[in-house]
Design a protein around this ligand. Structure first.
Ligand code: NCD
Length: 305
C-alpha cells in the first residue's frame, strides 16, 4: 500500500489487506499495548455529510492510540458556507493535523483532495464512489465469521449508489470470492464497476431476488437504499422496502450464514434477525475501532517507538 493515503479499495492488494487485518487482530487482542503509541498525533475530521459510526470509530481509534482529533464540525458552522473550496479547506486542515479523514457528497472528492495535501488522507466516503476503510472492517468481520477463502457472498440492496458495495466488491477480487449481486434492475451495480470487476477476473452474477441464491451463501451483505442520492423521490418510493430480510426468510439459509450490514439500517433487516446467530452487523460496527486503529497506526508510521 502507498503508505500515505487510502482513497479507494482498488489500491489494496491481498497482502495490504492481510497486513491491516493481522495488525487489527493483534490490537484487538491487546489494545493496552498501543495505548500511547501515537501520543501527540492529531487526526483531522472533515465530514461534509452525516456520519455516526465512521466518525465516532475514527475518533475512538486515534484516542485509543494516545492521539486526539481536530474536527471541522458541522458544514453549516464552517467557512464552507462562505464559499471556500474543498481544495483550500483540506490544505488548511493538513496544516493542523497529522492525518485527515474526509467524507464528502461528491464522487471523486477524496481523489481530488489527495492532490492538495502532504499528510495521510483517508476517504471516509465520496458520494456514491468508495468507502475503503469500511471495506477493511467488513473484510475483518468476514474473516472472523466465515473466512476469506472459498467465500460465496451475496451483496444485496442499493448496488448503484452504495459506496460500501463498490469498495467491498473490488477488494474481494483479491480473494477470488464468488460474488452474487442482488438488487432491483434500477439499482444494479454501475456498469463501470462491473467492467472493472471483469478486468480483475471476477465473475459477476446479478439477481433480482435473493430466494434462489440464499441457501448457497456464506455471507449476506445487506445495504440501505441510499435515499439521499436519488435524483427523484418517486424513484426511491418505487424501490423502498422491496428487499427485507427477516428471521423467517433466513430459515432457508445455512445455519452458519453470516448476515452483515454497514449500518444504518432502515427496514432492510427486521429486528427479529438481531437475536439469531446470523446477525453480525453490530459486531461489524464494533470492529471499526481495532481496524481503524490498525490503519491509522500504519499510515502514521512508527510514531514514537
Ligand atoms: C455507510 C455509508 O456512509 O456509506 N455507512 C457507514 O459508513 N457505515 C452506509 C450507508 O450510509 O448506508
Amino acid at each position: 500500500m502507498r503508505q500515505d493515503h487510502l482513497v479507494t479499495s482498488k489500491q489494496l492488494s491481498r497482502a495490504d489487506v492481510e497486513a491491516v487485518l493481522d495488525r487489527a487482530a493483534e490490537i484487538d487482542a491487546d489494545p493496552g499495548a498501543v495505548a500511547d503509541r501515537h501520543a501527540g498525533s492529531l487526526l483531522g475530521l472533515l465530514f461534509f455529510e452525516p456520519s455516526t459510526r465512521t466518525k465516532m470509530s475514527f475518533e475512538a481509534a486515534i484516542k485509543r492510540l494516545g492521539g486526539d482529533t481536530v474536527d471541522m464540525g458541522a458544514v453549516d458552522a464552517s467557512s464552507v458556507t462562505k464559499g471556500e473550496s474543498l481544495a483550500d479547506t483540506v490544505r488548511v486542515a493538513a496544516g493542523y493535523a497529522d492525518a485527515l479523514v474526509l467524507r464528502h457528497p461528491r464522487q471523486g472528492a477524496a481523489t481530488m483532495a489527495d492532490e492538495f495535501v502532504d499528510v495521510p488522507l483517508i476517504n471516509a466516503g465520496d458520494g456514491a464512489g468508495h468507502h475503503p476503510s469500511q471495506t477493511l472492517l467488513d473484510l475483518y468481520t468476514i474473516r472472523e465469521n466465515a473466512g476469506l477463502d472459498d467465500l460465496t457472498i451475496g451483496i444485496m440492496g442499493d448496488l448503484k449508489y452504495g459506496r460500501t458495495v463498490h469498495s467491498l466488491s473490488y477488494a474481494l477480487t483479491n480473494f477470488e470470492a464468488d460474488q452474487h449481486f442482488i438488487s432491483p434492475e434500477s439499482l444494479q451495480l454501475p456498469r463501470e464497476v462491473v467492467y472493472d470487476l471483469h478486468l480483475e477476473g471476477a465473475t459477476v452474477r446479478e439477481h433480482e431476488g435473493y430466494e434462489a441464491i440464499l441457501p448457497s451463501l456464506d455471507v449476506l451483505y445487506v445495504t440501505r437504499i441510499q435515499r439521499e442520492r436519488f435524483p427523484d423521490e418517486n424513484e426511491y418510493q418505487q424501490v423502498a422496502g422491496e428487499y427485507r430480510i427477516d428471521a423467517d426468510a433466513l430459515e432457508a439459509a445455512e445455519d452458519d450464514l453470516t448476515v452483515m450490514h454497514p449500518l444504518p439500517r432502515v427496514d432492510e433487516i427486521a429486528p427479529d434477525v438481531d437475536d439469531t446467530d446470523h446477525a453480525a452487523y453490530f459486531e461489524q460496527a464494533h470492529n471499526g475501532v481495532p481496524v481503524r486503529m490498525a490503519l491509522l497506526d500504519m499510515l502514521l508510521g512508527d510514531g514514537d517507538e
